[in-house]
Design a protein around this ligand. Structure first.
Ligand SMILES: Nc1ncnc2c1ncn2[C@@H]1O[C@H](COP(=O)(O)OP(=O)(O)O)[C@@H](O)[C@H]1O
Ligand SMILES: O=C(CO)[C@H](O)[C@H](O)COP(=O)(O)O
Length: 562
């Protein structure tokens, strides 16, 4: 019998990763990573010269094309399969990662005249410079009692589409006017494969205020933001919206030549890294919270009903798998906090010891931090190094460590940061369960579960929940490949539904992390203190974090918060 395969590509923050997957059993036959040459652009624009302000995070669309041209031929070659056996391709992306394009769908930053205009570039999900716009959206939305606000947990984030578009409008009106459309990165890359722009309901719903029954908010809402924004959704956000699992089109002849695939194969509708991971861990029913753990964490859970959950990122009908309401919440920095610590928090003796022992510093720190019992460091941190995405939805909050003494060691701080991220997740689990969205089990995927056992055990102890771990090392890419198999359909050798694909292609590891009752009890005590700090600094009782930020910006001559 002829074997059939699909290719899934996961567009992450630093790189794009392709996997070629056997549809019979989900085996990842080959994988290839293409790092983005330009990485995250947060200092100055690629052509040099223009220096970016704080909180900016851009990307170069050329890097996305490199992934197609390098990783697709590489997986085909490594697997040694005939291209005729590959029946579909699908991608997932970080989100909201968005860009302005011209009438031909070309990114504005590709035009020589606009290369020095920051607003012509791709704004990455963690671009946090649109907080003023988000605050205004929330104020006006609340005043007008807009229905979308409740679907975003009461607050729309500065990371999402409308805040980012409004920032372009406010700060570079020319670029706003030049833009024929604003697209999610996932839709732009998918359009490169098919030659036509099709939007996806996942990013439209979770990031751009779109609702399956009601569509976008009325023109009157956008008019209330600014009269010239009145027709925004009918103009720069126009376009057909299709659900995950549908085909966006088929592969063009040109892209077939550039990738080594056959023209005409199915191209799945674009998707989001975290959301596409859910069926790839085998989760297609309510009650299991999937954590996509990497630079950040996205938390996703399915439910039969639409509920209001404090500070969630969004709830979208059919947003994750058809037939369920998909809920998303998140922490804006997790692995990134540990990366910060590696860069700025290490003592020279630790660096020397790692060198001497020829061990990665993370591994050495993990070993040292694992020697402590919960509470033994005497430290507690708030995990807001990149603001708070859920449940407070405020990118102007910042991190804090309490309990430092002259005896505090690097590894104690490291352990405290791991614990803080687990407390952040516990807050999110609590918000879901309080609102009546059931969470009985955690399922982890992404890079972190493969990198740090201590982190995973701390998450289990802090949440007091068992954590299963996805078997795939490239869960989002596997999910994208699964959706590609559904877009290709049963007749072509794929699957008729994502449920059928999940049954055959997804699995979790045998090993799971079980909570330890004693440790969980100590963490319960510390969590009470975390919650006090969380409310004190996060709910307006003490706005010191915002005051300091304002003073800092004034001192640097940047934007001052109102
Ligand atoms: N041993 C480790 N322990 C904890 N965090 C780690 C370790 N090694 C790398 N990291 C963090 O993992 C993150 C990358 O996660 P990964 O899932 O691979 O990427 P992405 O989020 O871009 O998909 C980085 O933020 C990095 O700091
Ligand atoms: O918000 C998102 C999904 O809704 C982002 O895609 C996500 O936070 C980026 O994650 P990472 O870099 O950790 O893969």
């Amino acid at each position: 019998m002829i074997k059939h395969y699909t290719i899934g590509i996961d567009y992450g923050t630093e790189s794009g990763r392709a996997v070629l997957v056997d549809l019979a059993n989900g085996e990842e036959v080959a994988e290839h990573v293409t790092p983005y040459i330009h990485g995250v652009i947060d200092q100055h624009l690629p052509a040099g010269g223009v220096v970016l302000e704080r909180e900016w995070a851009l990307q170069h669309p050329r890097d996305y094309i490199d992934v197609l041209e390098q990783s697709v031929p590489a997986v085909l070659k490594e697997a040694g399969v005939d291209p005729s056996q590959v029946i579909g391709i699908g991608i997932d992306f970080t989100a909201c990662t968005m860009l302005p394009v011209d009438e031909d769908g070309e990114p504005l930053c590709f035009q020589a005249g606009f290369a020095n205009r920051p607003h012509a570039w791709v704004k990455l999900w963690k671009h946090h410079a649109a907080q003023d716009e988000a605050d205004e959206i929330n104020r006006i939305g609340a005043e007008r009692e807009e229905a979308f606000l409740q679907r975003y947990g009461g607050k729309y984030s500065s990371e999402w589409m409308m805040a980012k578009i409004w920032q372009v409008f406010n700060e570079d009106r020319d670029m706003f006017d030049e833009a024929d459309a604003f697209l999610e990165g996932t839709d732009w890359v998918t359009a490169q494969l098919t030659g036509t722009i099709v939007r996806n309901s996942c990013t439209a719903g979770y990031k751009a205020m779109w609702h399956k029954q009601d569509g976008y908010p009325d023109d009157a809402f956008f008019e209330a933001l600014h009269p010239d924004l009145r027709r925004l959704t009918a103009t720069k956000l126009r376009g057909e919206i299709r659900a995950p699992g549908e085909a966006a089109g088929s592969l063009t002849k040109e892209m077939a030549e550039r990738t080594g695939l056959l023209p005409g194969i199915a191209v799945a509708v674009g998707n989001v890294d975290a959301h596409v991971s859910v069926p790839a861990t085998g989760v297609v029913t309510p009650g299991k919270l999937v954590m996509a753990m990497g630079t950040s964490i996205c938390h996703l859970v399915l439910a039969e009903e639409e509920k209001e959950v404090e500070g969630m990122c969004g709830v979208v009908e059919d947003g994750i798998v058809p037939g369920y309401y998909g809920y998303e919440a998140g922490q804006s920095a997790v692995g990134d906090i540990f990366a910060w610590f590696m860069e700025h928090g290490l003592t020279s003796d630790l660096v020397d010891e790692a060198k001497q022992k020829n061990r990665p510093i993370h591994a050495l720190l993990e070993e040292k931090a694992a020697a402590y019992q919960p509470g033994e460091t005497g430290l507690l941190a708030l995990d807001w190094w990149n603001g708070n995405r859920s449940t407070l939805v405020d990118t102007n909050l910042s991190g804090i460590i309490i309990g430092m003494t002259l005896q505090t060691k690097s590894e104690e701080i490291y352990r405290t940061l791991l614990e803080a991220t687990a407390f952040g997740t516990k807050k999110i689990v609590e918000a879901f369960t309080k609102a009546g969205v059931e969470v009985n089990e955690l399922v982890a995927c992404g890079g972190l579960p493969q990198k740090n056992n201590l982190l995973m055990q701390i998450f289990a102890d802090v949440t007091n929940l068992e954590i299963k771990v996805a078997a795939s090392k490239q869960t989002p890419a596997l999910g994208a490949a699964m959706y590609a198999s559904v877009a290709a359909g049963e007749a072509a050798g794929g699957y008729s539904t994502i449920f059928a694909a999940a049954e055959k292609m997804a699995r979790v590891q045998e090993k799971s992390y079980k909570p330890n009752a004693e440790r969980a009890q100590v963490y319960e005590e510390i969590y009470k203190e975390y919650s006090k700090l969380h409310d004190y600094f996060g709910r307006g009782e003490n706005d010191v974090m915002k005051t300091l930020r304002s003073v800092r910006d004034k001192a640097k001559g940047g934007t001052v918060l109102a």
